[in-house]
Design a protein around this ligand. Structure first.
Ligand code: OOG
Ligand code: NI
Length: 465
């Protein structure tokens, strides 16, 4: 008899919990942030019973406290390709392509995450995964040396690889193997304080770009932050100093609104950590490195291409008025420019739906459940008659301008560097070994299936009578 197979969702949930426990131990400020977020979420739900009941009705309340994303930065195509196979065992697939070269960060990225409503509800853990682009480094000798150092490391344990192959071969893992898989894969994300390089090489890499030093100098792609989801980011941002955490100057993404759209994020600065570099006599030399930081996020509705274009346009407009300075000196001015510009974006769910700016999940109301349709009726009519209701579909992805702001705030101010914008999705997908999924298709599919289900139920009943 073949052993029972544990579902990828269970493995992902276990992995997310194990990662959270590990990071809490490695970066105690993350634990503090988790407590703060839990407290604010409780208070928000108490103060807003209508929000609580919609979250309960749409079956999404439980996932919020479990919800988090992390980020890693990989060094080679082979690492990316293997990472994809590892994540697939946990039911996480690459969605979206993010080019960060435009923002002076020499990486391009995707988000590995669960796809589909059931998997997302079970556990929405995701990992923003970047691949270093050595091709953007001007110094050829340094580029070659960095490539050599990277080619010599193995970021996965032997067991992690073997279990991934086994899962691929057998269509999944047994509960015991699943458990072992979590422990083994966790090793890839662990912090290593002993560098792969000597201090001289570290500084040369660092001078080319801090991010290059972070990726190339260490044994593995340490998880660099883990982000819980809050229901009120402004409140958490305001309370952070009381908890002895210094937030970055401004919240990334859209302004404060009645109806949250997309994603708002803020972070606290990377910690300076002790590391040691190889020395010429085979010993170790003390030094320091900053890489790991904390972040929180608030998620809002997923926007349609039309809504997203409006968001991008308004963000661009407001950044032309005030560009947020890293030192926070113009934070208030930036916030007010942002709020003002975004007045052009409707701020109630009905208008967002009517203007086709966002994706919604449809369901029958109590009245709808008791109603029989004898002829097809237009959706707007069904809503107006109170037969169908709609709830926003949560945005599960990331935002390139926000991601760049997060990268920059933890890389250090004044470290901005210009690269020629050079998105190369094709190259990324070749390295990854598959095409990334399109986020809009995903949301459109969820919206359509919810609506079809409502209409089918209504007409089936009519047909049965
Ligand atoms: C990733 C930064 C992007 C986000 O939430 O947008 C990110 C990194 O610093 O490696 O995590
Ligand atoms: Ni993040």
């Amino acid at each position: 008899m073949t052993p029972a197979i544990v579902s990828p969702c269970e493995i992902r949930a276990a992995f997310s919990a194990a990662m959270s426990a590990m990071y809490r131990e490695e970066v105690p400020a993350y634990g503090t942030l988790m407590e703060l977020v839990a407290k604010v979420n409780d208070e928000t739900l108490q103060a807003r019973p209508e929000l609580k009941s919609r979250l309960e009705a749409t079956d999404s309340l439980d996932r919020i406290s479990e919800e988090r994303h992390g980020a890693i930065r990989l060094g080679t195509a082979a690492e990316l390709a293997m990472m994809r196979r590892v994540f697939a065992v946990m039911g996480m697939y690459p969605v979206g392509y993010y080019d960060l070269s435009t923002a002076g960060v020499p990486v391009h990225s995707t988000a590995f995450r669960p796809v589909g409503e059931v998997a997302l509800k079970r556990n929405p853990f995701r990992v923003f995964t970047s691949l270093l682009r050595l091709d953007l480094i001007a110094d050829e000798a340094l580029r070659e040396e960095a490539a050599r150092v990277l080619s010599e490391r193995q970021i996965f344990t032997e067991f992690a690889i073997a279990l991934t192959q086994k899962a691929e071969r057998e269509g999944g893992l047994s509960p015991a193997d699943g458990k072992r898989f979590v422990t083994e894969v966790l090793e890839t994300f662990r912090w290593h304080d002993k560098a792969n390089v000597d201090a001289d090489m570290y500084h040369r890499l660092h001078d080319a770009h801090r991010l290059i030093a972070d990726v190339v100098s260490f044994k593995g792609p340490h998880i660099n932050h883990l982000t819980p989801r809050t229901l009120d980011i402004d409140r958490v941002q305001a309370l952070m100093p009381e908890y002895a955490i210094a937030p970055k100057a401004v919240v990334e993404g859209p302004p404060t609104r009645e109806c949250p759209v997309l994603l708002r994020q803020t972070s606290f600065k990377a910690l300076e950590e002790s590391v040691s570099f190889k020395d010429s006599s085979g010993g170790w030399q003390a030094g320091s490195h900053t890489a790991r930081f904390g972040e929180i996020e608030q998620r809002g509705i997923a926007l349609t291409p039309k809504g997203r274009a409006l968001y991008d346009q308004l963000l661009d407009e407001s950044r032309k008025v005030v560009r947020p300075a890293a030192d926070g000196s113009n934070a208030r001015a930036y916030e007010s420019a942002l709020a003002q510009t975004f007045e052009a974006f409707p701020d109630n769910w009905a208008a967002i739906r009517e203007d086709e700016l966002g994706y919604f999940s449809y369901s029958l109301t109590e009245k709808g459940r008791a109603t029989t349709l004898t002829a097809p009726v237009d959706v707007d009519r069904l809503i107006a008659d109170g037969l169908i209701q709609f709830d926003p579909i949560v945005y599960e992805d990331f935002l390139p301008v926000s991601a760049a702001g997060i990268f920059q705030s933890n890389l250090g101010d004044g470290d901005q560097q210009d690269f020629v914008a050079s998105p190369n999705q094709q190259r990324f997908e070749t390295d990854l070994g598959v095409k990334v999924l399109n986020e809009f298709d995903h949301y459109a599919g969820m919206e359509k299936s919810s609506l079809d289900e409502c209409l089918n139920t209504l007409s089936k009943r009519a047909a049965a009578e």
